[in-house]
Write a protein that binds this ligand. Structure first.
Ligand SMILES: [Zn+2]
Length: 375
């Protein structure tokens, strides 16, 4: 169990606070204090049940204006989703991220702002009197007061009447405007006394393990590594996670750390079997997949199976505007590909695009799939 805050070494003026993704798997946020400098790693959205979602409404547990830099491991919402709210609350410092993370973050955060605006408008339509009375600005209340030890076991039980968006499109644009791009495997100065190196994490495009080198005012040094979310070795498209050999402290994600995964090749064999069954029966295969990362992997694998003649070429619809936008970002960053994907591209195979795949940018296009000709 992770304590909410810990001084890393008693003799050093370096401390680390766990402000999310502790006792849960969303809302990643770590505050590193080195002397009088404060550096935030990730600023993720809490997702899941009502208590988790309500946590996004709680005030930041530090002065947003008193943070000197933010670093992002990758562009999933549970790692970046509250950043525009932090900017709205007063943060105006630099945001360090890879180029690909910035491109994907823009898609994710603009989509989030749009969904929040729609949800708030819908709520106001259904509760005109409450909306008129300003009830949507009510604060978050903790129903059961919990001790720190209890909170370490489970999140507090919260209630909120708030329906206003956490942030809007303008906040997202301001957030993206704060980004300072970083390259992989390059030491970047962050604030006096802290430098960072971003390494491949192999999770989604642009994802990084962040290695921070901190030096306190007395000159004592330490290396702290934040794994971010880690990909599995040998997954398609991206380079494998970079092995790091030295660190004083490692903060590692452990979402699936308690189970043994079956080998990736087994999953490909299962997918191949299902596609062949569906083709034989004249059916339709629905593959629910996260829009960023998993969708591109599935497309890569299906394209590979078709190219090798292991499955027939069925029509493929990518039925998600966000996944389609993410596909385009993946195509724009060949510098992040692993050797296999780079070699396929060099040989003329557009391996990130399934032959004849169609994207649905609108609800109408999505509905039209049902009338598409069958093979
Ligand atoms: Zn992730």
């Amino acid at each position: 169990m992770v304590p909410a805050s810990c001084r890393i070494l008693p003799a050093m003026a370096i401390s680390l606070q766990f402000l999310g993704a502790a006792g849960g798997v969303t809302g990643s946020q770590f505050l590193l204090t080195v002397g009088d400098r404060r550096v935030l790693v990730d600023c993720g959205l809490f997702q899941g049940g009502m208590d988790e979602i309500a946590r996004n409404r709680m005030a930041f547990s530090y002065d947003p204006d008193g943070v000197h830099a933010v670093l992002l491991t990758h562009a999933h919402n549970d790692h970046i989703g509250r950043l525009p709210a932090l900017v709205r609350a007063g943060y105006a410092g630099p945001v360090f991220a890879t180029d690909a993370t910035t491109d994907l973050a823009q898609i994710v955060l603009l989509d989030s702002a749009k969904l929040q605006a729609h949800a708030a408008a819908r709520w106001a339509r259904h509760h005109p009197e409450a909306a008129q009375a300003g009830e949507s600005e009510a604060a978050v209340n903790e129903i059961e007061m919990a001790t720190i030890a209890e909170r370490a076991e489970r999140p507090p039980h919260l209630r909120t009447e708030t329906h206003a968006p956490l942030f809007d499109e303008k906040d997202v644009r301001r957030t993206i405007g704060l980004v300072k791009p970083v390259a992989y495997s390059t030491v970047s100065p962050i604030v006096p006394g802290v430098e960072a190196t971003f390494h491949d994490a192999g999770h989604i495009l642009g994802s990084a393990i962040i290695e921070l080198r901190a030096r306190d005012p007395d000159g004592a040094e330490m290396t702290i590594v934040f794994s971010g979310d880690l990909g599995r070795p040998n997954t398609p498209i991206l380079r494998d996670p970079t092995p790091l050999t030295t660190a004083d402290v490692v903060v590692v994600e452990s979402t699936y750390g308690d189970r043994e995964h079956s080998p990736g090749s087994q999953a490909v064999d299962e997918l191949m079997g299902v596609v062949n069954d569906v083709a034989k029966e004249g059916g339709v295969l629905l593959i629910p997949a996260f829009a960023i990362g998993r969708t591109q992997e599935v497309i890569w694998v299906l394209d590979d199976l078709v190219r090798r003649g292991r499955v027939p070429r069925l029509p493929l619809f990518v039925d998600s505007p966000m996944a389609c936008e993410a596909n385009d970002v993946y195509l724009r960053h060949p510098d992040a590909y692993d050797a296999e994907t780079a070699a396929l591209l060099a040989s003329g195979d557009s391996t990130l695009v399934y032959p004849g795949q169609e994207c649905t940018p609108s609800v109408a296009a999505s509905k039209a799939i049902i009338g598409s000709p069958r093979p």
